[in-house]
Design a protein around this ligand. Structure first.
Ligand SMILES: [Ca+2]
Ligand SMILES: [Ca+2]
Length: 93
């Protein structure tokens, strides 16, 4: 597998790991999203542990407003974060 294929597989595995906690592994509820943010992106998001930040991120991610974050919505967040990282490293050169 190439690095990009590995990264895609990891994204899917990570989503399943957190999304499955309440028995529905197709979507993340707010508690599941909070745990994912805290454990996987804690350092990057800094204040993701605080409740207002989690609410805000959850509302931003839940584009179709059905009160849960599906895989597509999750991947959209990862893509934006990846673009931010890329810009950050590009600006350091
Ligand atoms: Ca779930
Ligand atoms: Ca949704």
């Amino acid at each position: 597998m190439s690095d990009i294929q590995k990264a895609m597989a990891l994204l899917i595995t990570s989503f399943d790991k957190y999304a499955g906690k309440d028995g529905d592994k197709h979507t993340l509820n707010k508690a599941e999203l909070k745990e994912l943010l805290k454990i996987e992106l804690g350092e990057m998001l800094g204040k993701a542990g605080d409740k207002t930040a989690v609410d805000r991120i959850f509302n931003e991610l839940d584009r179709d407003k059905n009160n849960s974050v599906d895989f597509q919505e999750f991947v959209t967040m990862i893509c934006s974060l990846t673009v931010m990282c890329h810009e950050f490293f590009a600006s350091k050169k």
